[in-house]
Design a binder for this molecule. Sequence first.
Ligand code: HEM
Ligand code: MTE
Ligand code: MO
Length: 467
Amino acid sequence: PGPFPLYTREEVGRHRSPEQRVWVTHGREVFDITDFLDLHPGGRSKILLAAGGALEPFWALYAVHNQAHVRDLLREYKVGELHPEELAAPAAADDPYAGDPPRHPALHVNSLKPFNAEPPGELLGEHFLTPPELFFKRNHLPVPHVDPDAYCLKVEGPGGRTLSLSLQDLQHRFPKHEVTATLQCAGNRRSEMSRVRPVKGLDWGIGAISTARWGGVWLRDVLADAGFAEEPESQRHVCFEGLDQDLTGTAYGASIPFYQAMSARADVLLAYEMNGAVLPRDHGFPLRVVVPGTVGARNVKWLGRIWVSTEESPSHWQRNDYKGFSPGVDWDTVDYTTAPAIQELPVTSAITDPPPGATVASSEVTVKGYAWSGGGRGVVRVDVSLDGGHTWQVAEMQGEQQPPGQAWAWKLWQLTAPVPPGTTELDIVCKAVDASYNVQPDTVGPIWNLRGVLSHAWHHVRVTVAE
Ligand code: HEM
Ligand code: MTE
Ligand code: MO
């Protein structure tokens, strides 16, 4: 066959559903895979994630495609080729975000500039350690370009002494440690809250949460090297500042209590690795803070400076954001000084598969999801209901064994159950219980707050049962 017609990426991008035909690219070649959707061994919903774009980023996640028989199969669906000009890298525009790194096309983008995006549930729930390209990204500002050779972390010690540490210093002067920890944004699941009443903030679904194995040095080792000693009674805070800045030169910042930073049980890390590889630019290259069990906002990326103070970080994001309020408080009455900064997060869980609106088989259904709690409180049980919360079954959990009080990572869970005969729709619900027997509220209305944070009620997914 051939010569083949030539297409632009934009033309390929218009073919994203069976009605418009589903096209994908691989290298320079364009394929119409509409007739293969129902034949795909990995399922129809997964292959559709690549509709209208390139296969490579998805196949990089699933090496099973790296075989001759998969290529042979694909060749049968070839319909064209990309214009030669389409292969050149797009020109950089004159904007502060032009230097941001490339991102995975599976991410649902909530905001492009700054870049905020989450993975689809079906992919998030598949990996105990989230592949870094799928890990949710929450940036307030452009991603800074940091030269690792020139990088220098400033640590202000007691008595005006300042420690300057290069990446080499950090990697060679301090022992390396690894911690598996889940990060969750305070705004995860905000979209459920905004359905009750509008709130201010990015419209996160269930994906502003991810898990990685972080490698780096203990913050307490670095603070000790700067001259600090443990003082359990002190009311001090450890403040962090990022190298990302807004147009006025104000950097992102946050703080955590001093006792937590110094505690041998709290495992606070200055991380330079994520899942065994160099920390990616979106996640704070070359160095970020990882505060296990604590809200994402305190896990400062592109770390530039650390100091200890009797005051919390003066940052907007510490003082005037990321706090919870009563449902009765509105933007006219809110007083940010009256509420504590969010630190440890409450217990939560969500269904990652099936997605809302899916059609499931009438025989049995497999429900998958995640569950996590802050403060190192492990999840001890996940209950699942197929009938909106009238009857419950206990899900099977899988995860890493972590000591009590240091259960920093989420649990993935799964339940396979028969579909009750005669049902046409299921209202699937999940709820988790943590090690302190904290539970999730059953509805989101009574925990509504103007900023849409701490949305952790029972999670519902409604699906149709096939006839
Ligand atoms: C498995 C083809 C796109 C996810 C497979 C297999 C084939 C295939 C032939 C079975 C391989 C074997 O076991 O030897 C294709 C083709 C695609 C495509 C032709 C595009 C035109 C995708 C995409 C995703 C995906 C975009 C993910 C987002 C998977 C998964 C499996 C799989 C998870 C493993 C299923 C299992 O073992 O249970 N695919 N695939 N595929 N595919 Fe794809
Ligand atoms: N650190 C810096 N320097 N700048 C930021 O915008 N965002 C914070 C935190 N650290 C942020 C930051 C917020 S609100 C969250 S939820 C996490 O980073 C997100 O981390 P991730 O992008 O690696 O998922
Ligand atoms: Mo966040």
